[in-house]
Unconditional design. Structure first.
Length: 90
């Protein structure tokens, strides 16, 4: 895979978006990935790789959930963001 294609992938876009915004909701990510199925798959991959965690607030009605980066996710996202800057993708 070419590095430029990797840097434009939905998973990388989601990772960088969360990195820049700190805490996001599922609907916030809808503008980044066209397909809800792709969005769910990408988030599940990031969750299973330990790069993202899901935080649920059950005290609100309706229940609110947020996605945040783990420490590992922040480190990787900072490197990926630097690479995207070099390629002029930010």
């Amino acid at each position: 895979m070419r590095i430029s294609k990797f840097l434009k992938s939905p998973t990388v876009k989601i990772l960088v978006f969360i990195y820049k915004n700190k805490k996001v909701r599922y609907r916030d990510l809808g503008s980044i990935v066209e397909s809800r199925g792709s969005l769910s798959n990408c988030l599940n991959s990031l969750l299973s790789d330990g790069l993202v965690v899901r935080q649920v607030n059950v005290e609100k009605v309706p229940v609110e959930s947020y996605y945040l980066l783990t420490e590992k996710g922040r480190k990787i996202a900072s490197y990926v963001e630097a690479m995207r800057t070099v390629y002029g993708l930010t």
